[in-house]
Design a protein around this ligand. Structure first.
Ligand SMILES: Cc1cc2nc3c(=O)[nH]c(=O)nc-3n(C[C@H](O)[C@H](O)[C@H](O)COP(=O)(O)OP(=O)(O)OC[C@H]3O[C@@H](n4cnc5c(N)ncnc54)[C@H](O)[C@@H]3O)c2cc1C
Length: 665
């Protein structure tokens, strides 16, 4: 029962500039620079609809090259090659660029993140000296050719082969079957002159697993080189300004030095050398260095959600439907409907949560890659966190964009109002840079093995055997489910007696404990099921397949807990005042709406009484009503340049205060 004597919570108030500064964080300068740059390219949003695919691809390329000229997208590269020497700033720049056209963003990602990132991270000085300055300046366009038609998620099974020929000290690159052709490769269909090509390395008849080599694809005039065949992937659901294509290699020869040799090399005589002995660990170490791409795509997903929310909230402060019964016969603003608040505000709260989670992740990335935190564990945790955050941020984007489109009714469907492109262009964020479900399995694998050093060596079956080989108690002990159960009870101010009341509903310690309980209970459950399956003699592959949904739900719960903790810590670090109050409210709203969405699970596991579950639902309604007066400020603080919102009829003044005699149809 609610305490009738409780005083009303303070009315929220938000200083937009102060909140923007808080969101901009330590890379405020580069974010401002990109925001100032973007309006000049706002017309690209219209070009996407009006130009032919060929014209639009060229337009996007030109814009990418112009932006490259400003230095804004080379922030992550070393200064000696013309970069900015600041990885954190490069993520912030990319995140802000995502307010604009997303073909431009993705082409930037392909050129500087994927292609440039691979040269930087997998190559050594000889590659840096040869390629970095040109690629940063946009003089050399390239692609990142990993995926093949037959294999996307399972990169270790790629079919392209690079065989060392000691007689000529060259590698011979061959596509072994038609399905081993590279596929979906950004920049391949038109603009890439070279590719970082991932292939099975064969030296002296022995296979050493997947490695990357720089392979020329086109000459200076843009003609495809002998032995290389390229085909356009054709029209796509979105991102049609990016030229994705397929590539096949027929005995293409590249010098020995083309191998990106940071982690392994081949001597002129044909001896394979690597400091990392285990092929599995070598492979995951190589892939781990490319984690920046995942961090960037996740950040872009959050930005897309911010654009959608800005349009939908502003529209719902202009649009009126149905009379309220007021004497003047006026119709009600959409945002004054409880349902509209319920649809938009928990998503707004989640977007803020993901923003702060991305901030922590980008900070971790910066620290690990700048050598501030060279620890192996830190690296493994970063990789897992990046995989999980990418999944949640990109799913946030698809969910928020859809709900916001619907919240704008028919108007949301018109291309001029941005949702068409937002929907089409962000959709694939859930797939590229790692399919979200596959990424969450990686997270689950890490949780189950506690990021053991053997972790990087394990495939799915290895994980099952590893977990089954542990005493279940070992896994359970780590998850501390039983202690947590007690902890959650103790967290309720009145102990067990107040379990059914709404006491402590807004206590962040309670929220974190609930999230933790869910996570650890699920990890324990998966471990038990894996062990039981293997002990009963079932094939490990079958065991894993049967518990996969459980693995995913444990991983999701883990990442959501990290997201909540990032938000809670951010709020806790703020000085008392209006900003803290507003963000605290959003943090409560995020936490309670996650618990509400999983109420059935918490009830099944005895952590939520029916009464308390109802109290949570009531509380969410109250929180939405508190957010309502500052909703406009909360989206304005995202600082999406108005030129990029397009949507003049949705965010402009046209619908403001309509004549009550003429209801808006
Ligand atoms: C627009 C676009 C641009 C791209 N750009 C590039 C690029 O520049 N360079 C590049 O190398 N690649 C690129 N890709 C490829 C992209 O990275 C892959 O599409 C992605 O990794 C998924 O691989 P896949 O398409 O083969 O899907 P699959 O791996 O076949 O997955 C299909 C489905 O099966 C599920 N699945 C897969 N494995 C499992 C499992 N073990 N258990 C349960 N479910 C599973 C997945 O969750 C998914 O839903 C691009 C793709 C697109 C669409």
């Amino acid at each position: 029962m609610a305490d009738e004597t409780t005083t009303e919570p303070p009315v929220l108030s938000v200083d937009v500039e102060a909140l923007t500064a808080l969101l901009d964080g330590r890379h405020a300068d580069i974010r401002r620079t990109v925001r100032e740059l973007l309006p000049a390219y706002a017309s690209v949003l219209e070009d996407a609809e009006e130009m032919t695919r060929e014209e639009f691809r060229e337009r996007v390329k030109d814009v990418v090259l112009e932006i490259a000229g400003t230095g804004a997208v080379g922030m992550g590269f070393p200064t000696e090659y013309g970069g900015g020497g600041d990885l954190g700033a490069s993520i912030a720049a990319f995140e802000t660029l995502a307010y604009g056209d997303l073909s431009v963003l993705v082409k930037v990602g392909v050129q500087f993140g994927l292609f440039g990132g691979a040269i930087l991270q997998l190559g050594t000085e000889r590659h840096h000296d040869r390629y970095l300055a040109d690629l940063i300046a946009g003089r050399l366009m390239g692609c990142f050719a990993m995926t093949e038609t037959a294999h996307g998620s399972n990169v270790q099974a790629l079919g392209t082969v690079a065989t060392y020929d000691p007689d000529t000290a060259e590698f011979v690159i061959t596509t072994t079957t038609p399905e081993a052709g590279k596929d979906y490769i950004g920049n391949a269909a038109r603009h890439a002159r070279v590719g970082v090509v991932f292939a099975q390395l064969e030296v002296g008849g022995e296979g050493h697993g997947v490695h990357a080599l720089v392979v020329p694809l086109r000459d200076e005039e843009g003609s495809v080189l002998p032995g290389v065949r390229i085909e356009d992937d054709g029209p796509k659901m979105g991102l049609n300004g990016v030229d994705n294509g397929r590539i096949w290699f027929d005995g293409v020869r590249v010098p020995r030095e083309a191998l990106l040799n940071r982690f392994a090399d081949v001597t002129e005589e044909g001896t394979y050398v690597s400091e990392i002995e285990s092929p599995g660990r070598r492979f995951f170490t190589m892939l781990g260095t490319l984690v920046q791409g995942r961090v960037s795509v996740g950040a872009a997903g959050v930005s897309a959600a911010k654009v959608a929310l800005t349009i939908a909230v502003r529209y719902s402060l202009l649009r009126r439907q149905f009379e309220t019964g007021a004497d003047d016969g006026s119709e009600q603003l959409l945002l004054d409907y409880g349902l509209h608040q319920r649809r938009l505000f928990p998503r707004l709260a989640r977007t803020y949560a993901m923003h702060f989670a991305q901030e922590v992740l980008a900070g971790d990335l910066h620290d690990v890659f700048s050598g501030l935190n060279p620890d192996d564990d830190a690296r493994r945790l970063l990789e897992s966190r990046a995989a999980g955050t990418k999944a949640l941020s990109t799913w946030l984007a698809t969910d928020v964009v859809q709900e916001c489109r619907e919240a704008c009714g028919g108007a949301g469907y018109l291309s001029v109002n941005r949702f068409a492109a937002l929907k089409a262009d962000t959709d694939v964020f859930t797939t590229f840079e790692g399919d979200n479900h596959v990424l969450l399995q990686l997270v689950g694998k890490g949780l189950l093995t506690d990021y053991a050093s053997e972790f990087s060596d394990l495939d799915q079956l290895g994980t099952v055997r590893f977990v089954a080989g542990l005493a279940v108690e070992t896994v359970l002990e780590r998850t501390r489910v039983h202690q947590l159960l007690e902890q959650v009870k103790e967290l309720l101010p009145g102990g067990n007696e107040e379990w059914d009341t709404d006491t402590g509903l807004l206590d962040p310690t309670y929220h974190v404990a609930m999230f933790r309980f869910r996570e650890e209970h699920r990890i324990g459950g998966v471990a038990r099921r894996l062990k039981r399956g293997v002990d009963s003699g079932m094939n490990p592959g079958e065991v894993f397949s049967r518990v996969q949904d459980h693995v995913i739900s444990a991983a999701r719960a883990h990442v959501e807990r990290l997201v909540l903790e990032a938000f809670v810590e951010k709020v806790a670090g703020l000085e008392d005042g209006d900003l803290k109050l507003a963000l605290n409210t959003l943090c409560d709203l995020f936490a309670l709406s996650v618990i509400e969405a999983d109420a059935a699970w918490f009830m099944e596991h005895g952590r939520l009484s029916a009464q308390r579950s109802k109290a949570i639902t009531r509380e969410i309604g109250d929180l939405c009503r508190r957010v309502r007066p500052v909703a406009r400020e909360l989206v304005d603080a995202f600082a999406v340049p108005s030129e990029l919102l397009r949507a003049p009829d949705l965010v402009g003044t046209e619908l403001l205060a309509p004549d009550p005699a003429e209801p808006v149809a």
